[in-house]
Design a binder for this molecule. Structure first.
Ligand SMILES: Cc1ncc(COP(=O)(O)O)c(C=O)c1O
Length: 395
């Protein structure tokens, strides 16, 4: 199928309520939320790439699901993906399999920073970063992004200052950045990496959103900047977001420094993180080997959806779109409405019919914002935008 034919597939409405999908589940939608436009949880409403479905079906037909090693083709497929799509050559020995990205984030925080040490985050940022820091008894240190004429930037002066404080030992980098959609440039990453190196701050680069970038924006893996950046970091990646297989895949932790890698392996062993899921293995291998045309098509579909958001919001001057450079998450600025956090949620649910993620979940800096997930069928997005626009105009 060519890109256009693939794009048509994304118009297929699939009822996510037929399975216990979190996005449409009462856990997320809350009381009386079943009729809301469900655009919170960060996954897509689209079927996974056909080669992934075929590989899983074939694996199912085999019928025996005993303990398994990794399939021979998985690591080569991942390495070829990183090399061909992102220009990053990674040796196989540096790649560890992980149950999921957050698990590796938590292990990294517990291994490479001590109890009470400062972990730097750059809010507004993915809410689970806060929980991982807190639950591992590390200290949360905030270096908020700067919103400059609708564009988020790293506060490098702030970072320099905070990183130089000896108790601050680690930084969680979100590259690309959920929820503001920045795809950090090479220059920005080098600057951040140099500050961290000079100050002895270890970087944990969560790059789960790296595969989804809009035209003219290029994802640069932090560790690909050079050996000194790789040595001072751990990279977390996964095909979960890229191919919409978060419910049935695992993840990868890439560690260049051999001592740190040994420590991580020992911790995996202590926690007995050593089983492979048969379906995850075949799904990931097929995605990395054959999923690229699907990914390119989904990015085009997302670009069209983004365009729709842009066009519709022209009629709602009290809602501003923060232009994303990547991810399928769109950060909307409602501050002109002058509503409290609860009032904004009530407005979005009650008047617009939207169940999106409240900006406050991403930190204090997210007050007055909300995160919309645009990885949905256009025929659902359009009426939802119309409803938002008319609600915003009637305020
Ligand atoms: C930045 C970021 N990291 C990690 C995750 C979750 O990854 P996993 O499900 O592999 O733990 C998400 C999901 O939304 C995310 O946005």
């Amino acid at each position: 199928m060519n890109t256009n034919e693939l794009k048509h597939c994304f118009d297929e409405e699939i009822d996510r309520r037929l399975v216990p999908a979190l996005k449409t589940h009462p856990i997320v939608l809350g009381k009386n939320g079943e009729d809301l436009f469900a655009a919170g949880v960060a996954d897509m409403d689209f079927k996974a790439p056909a080669p992934v479905l075929t590989a899983m079906q074939q694996r199912l037909e085999h019928g025996v699901f005993g303990y398994e090693a990794l399939p021979d083709g998985l690591m080569p497929a991942l390495m070829a993906w990183l090399r061909n799509r992102h220009g990053w050559d990674v040796d196989e020995e540096k790649i560890l399999r992980a149950p999921n990205v957050l698990n590796s984030l938590a292990i990294s925080a517990s291994l490479f920073a001590g109890e009470g040490d400062g972990v730097i985050v750059q809010p507004p940022v993915f809410f689970d970063f806060y929980d991982v820091v807190k639950e591992n008894k590390r200290a949360l240190v905030s270096n908020p992004l700067i919103l400059n004429a609708g564009h988020y930037e790293i506060d490098f002066d702030g970072l320099e200052r905070i990183a130089s404080e000896p108790q601050n030992k680690m930084l969680f980098l979100c590259n690309p950045h959920n929820p503001v959609g920045r795809v950090w440039t090479r220059e920005e990453l080098i600057r951040l990496g140099n500050i961290c190196q000079r100050s002895g701050v270890f970087v944990i680069a969560d790059e789960i959103h790296g595969d989804i970038t809009f035209p003219d924006n290029k994802y640069t893996p932090f560790a690909s900047l050079g050996p000194e950046y790789a040595d001072n970091s751990v990279t977390l990646i996964s095909p979960a977001k890229s191919f919409n297989i978060a419910g049935c895949c695992s993840a990868f932790t890439i560690i260049s420094n051999p001592d740190k890698r040994k420590l991580f392996q020992a911790e995996n062993s202590r926690l007995t993180v050593n089983k492979n899921n048969a379906f995850a293995s075949v799904a990931m291998e097929a995605a990395y080997k054959h999923g690229e045309p699907w990914l390119d098509a989904v990015i085009e579909y997302l670009s069209d959806n983004l365009n729709l958001v842009r066009t519709k919001l022209v009629d709602a001057p009290n809602v501003n779109l923060i232009e994303p450079e990547g991810t399928f998450l769109v950060w909307l600025d409602f501050r002109k409405m002058n509503l409290s956090v609860d009032e904004l949620t009530a407005f979005l649910r009650g008047r617009a019919g939207w169940a999106v993620t409240r900006g406050r979940a991403f930190g204090e800096e997210g007050k007055g914002f909300a995160r919309l997930n645009i990885a949905c069928v256009k025929a659902r997005l359009e009426p939802a935008l119309n409803q938002l626009v008319s609600a915003a105009r009637s305020l």
